[in-house]
Design a protein around this ligand. Structure first.
Ligand SMILES: [Zn+2]
Length: 254
């Protein structure tokens, strides 16, 4: 397993040296316009963001599924930017275990459990699957705490932490232990239909709770902090970033 990790790490380094994707100035303008997190970053962090996004676009595969014949550069930019946003707290963390994005034009039918899906992660094959329509919907409604891209990246992030051969272990163990304690109380509230900041989907299981929590962490950080300060501060330690810094409080904006 270690050998495999070392070998893929070596290949990744070669790609990044000899075949690195470069973000053009037009693509920077596109990100400024359509990716709010990037727009809000100060200049030095924007440079760091672009650097990380170039790595992600160089190393990940983007494959259209269903009726989606072509994955455009704009689609790759927005999906890649979501991965960079979620992992921005780490210096060098790209969810390498998940090497390919499969993108359907709309919600898609899963023959495995015979339901329609908006997205999923497949750790067995290293895939993150997204419905483009739902991804865009999550991005355009930027403050409702529902964002498919963040949701699926969160599932992937949590999984790589526990997959030994992923070679990437992101969470500080003590913060993770604290998180598990506090999560149990919040999930009990959700199950009892008591007032919770999180939508009911978070009650499904621990994976869904984490994904829904991160949707709110990035889209409604001030509200999250006001509702549940302890959990927000643990999430801040786990994720190594505080989105409140970039996002002016809506109350202050009037
Ligand atoms: Zn989920």
């Amino acid at each position: 397993m270690i050998y495999r990790g070392l070998f893929s790490g070596f290949l990744e380094s070669l790609y990044l040296i000899f075949d690195r994707k470069k973000i053009s100035s037009a693509e920077r303008v596109f990100l400024e316009t359509y990716f709010p997190y990037f727009r809000r970053l100060p200049a030095p962090h924007k440079r760091e963001f672009v650097h990380k996004l170039e790595q992600v676009l160089t190393l990940k595969k983007f494959v259209g599924r269903g009726e989606l014949r072509q994955v455009t550069d704009e689609m790759k930019l927005l999906i890649g930017a979501t991965l960079v946003m979620v992992t921005f707290g780490w210096k060098n963390f790209r969810l390498s275990y998940f090497h390919t994005f499969l993108i359907y034009p709309d919600d898609y039918y899963s023959t495995i459990n015979q339901t329609y899906h908006r997205g999923e992660v497949n750790p067995r094959h290293g895939l993150i699957v997204l419905s483009w329509k739902s991804f865009v919907c999550g991005l355009t409604r930027e403050d409702d705490g529902i964002n498919l891209g963040i949701h699926e990246m969160a599932h992937a992030l949590k999984l790589v932490h526990f997959i030994l051969e992923s070679g990437e272990r992101g969470f500080d163990p003590e913060s993770w232990r604290l998180y598990c304690e506090v999560r149990a109380g919040e999930m009990a509230k959700l199950s009892a239909a008591e007032n919770s900041f999180f939508r009911s989907r978070a009650a499904a299981d621990e994976h869904e709770f984490f994904a829904v929590m991160l949707e709110n962490f990035f889209e409604r950080p001030h509200e999250f902090f006001l509702h549940h300060e302890e959990l927000y501060l643990i999430a801040f330690k786990l994720m190594r970033q505080d989105p409140r810094v970039w996002l002016v409080h809506r109350v202050l904006r009037g």
